[in-house]
Design a protein. Structure first.
Length: 402
């Protein structure tokens, strides 16, 4: 029975991920009240490669053809009961699969009681690869939907949205950008069944809001979690000494003042006390964590910010829940900065200078991912995954439009 319910949950999650499967765009139930439809030229909906239209954020309805019906989304508590095989929620064998959702601000998985753990299969008792990624991906899909609901310019990029089999896992890439005033050059959600959930956001040069990267990899019985708000100006963070200081003008000349100024500006705007306090509380929420930073490359060091976090911890439901909260809070920080209107560059030289740096940064980010994924998945599949997550290198401008 538990296995049947697990299959039903996987089917339920599929339309909630807003990915393209073979060119067909699946939809996602959003916490936003507005219903949006992507429109392109001549204000007409454009079909994807498979001939289907983008229908994000659908309302529930009944159709004569049961395959076209959309069920109302259950609460996350109901979803958890279905997952545990509870009899409190009826699951009919012929009923259409519900769309599962996660509330971004507060609803997160609750660790099971000892009795529930004893009732679950042995391979899932500690959280399990399938369980961890399923929960993380539900949350990530809702994060992306929330961003899309509040940044109206953000639209899918069908040519860069795909599904493939990588390392024996179904891998989904959800690519979007906002070429208007929102200036999101690249937003990409990546999911590898049982192995990884990753969110990458590159901002365009009209703003100095940090790029965001948020990733969790399941490795055996461990969760490897990375989070970073990446600065938009070079601050020579890779030159930091063990005592926390940086080289001064005696070593770097006048450039040291430029780097120091960039670090101070980032700290005052983004890496302030509020952020530091939150990061400290985030770390306190992880159980049995250790710092984890293997084989960092030269490219990876060049793109990291001072808030970079990389830890490993046991794959338990409590830690999965804590990571979900951390990723959602990080996305909320990023979204608040994007919407407050205090971080826009002045037209002219500041925008051009930012674009030049962003282009180099994006190339370094791709190179870092290529190195990381090639070591894990091999050169061919590692490259495919790095290209999918990084997107076209010319996307560093105002969404590129490419």
């Amino acid at each position: 029975m538990i296995r049947l319910i697990a299959v039903a949950i996987c089917l339920a999650a599929a339309p909630a991920l807003a990915f393209s499967f073979g060119g067909a765009k699946w939809s996602s139930a959003s916490t936003a009240t507005a219903t949006t439809t992507t429109t392109l030229n001549n204000n007409e909906e454009q079909p994807g490669a498979g001939g289907m239209f983008d229908t994000r954020n659908p309302d529930s309805y009944e159709d004569e053809d049961a395959r076209k019906s959309i069920s109302a989304a259950p609460s996350f508590e109901e979803y958890l009961k279905m997952r545990e095989g509870s009899t409190d929620v009826a699951v009919e064998a012929n009923a259409p699969a519900p769309v599962a959702t996660v509330t971004v601000t507060s609803s997160t998985p609750v660790p099971p009681t000892p009795v529930q753990q004893q009732q679950r299969p042995a391979d899932a008792a500690g959280g399990g690869g399938n369980d961890a990624i399923a929960f993380l991906e539900l949350s990530q899909a809702t994060i992306i939907d929330k961003i899309a609901s509040e940044i109206s310019d953000l639209v899918p990029k069908p040519d860069f949205t795909w599904t493939a089999n990588i390392d024996g896992c179904s891998t989904k890439v959800d690519a979007r950008d906002a070429i208007g005033n929102a200036n999101v050059a690249w937003l990409c959600g990546v999911s590898m069944d049982t192995k990884m959930s990753s969110l990458t956001i590159f901002n365009g040069p009209l703003t100095d809001v940090p790029h965001l990267t948020s990733k969790c990899i399941v490795s055996g019985d461990q969760l490897q979690f990375k989070l970073d708000f990446r600065p938009r100006c070079y601050g020579a963070y890779e030159m930091q000494r063990e005592d926390g200081t940086y080289p001064g003008p005696d070593e770097l000349g006048r450039k040291s003042f430029e780097y120091s100024g960039a670090r101070k500006e980032f700290e005052s705007k983004f890496g302030n006390e509020e952020m530091k306090e939150w990061l400290s509380s985030m770390m306190d929420s992880f159980q049995g964590f250790e710092e984890y930073d293997p084989d960092k490359s030269e490219f990876d060091e060049l793109i990291r910010g001072p808030l970079f976090t990389s830890v490993t911890m046991p794959n338990t439901e409590a830690n999965v829940a804590a990571i979900i909260v951390a990723r959602e809070k990080a996305a909320n920080f990023w979204l608040a900065w994007m919407k407050d209107g205090q971080h826009e560059h002045r037209p002219g030289a500041p925008v051009n200078t930012q674009y030049v740096y962003d282009s180099k940064f994006k190339l370094n980010a791709y190179s870092a991912l290529l190195d990381e994924y090639s070591k894990i998945y091999g050169s061919d599949e590692g490259k495919k995954l790095a290209v999918g997550e990084s997107g076209p290198l010319d996307e560093a401008y105002i969404g590129g439009g490419s």
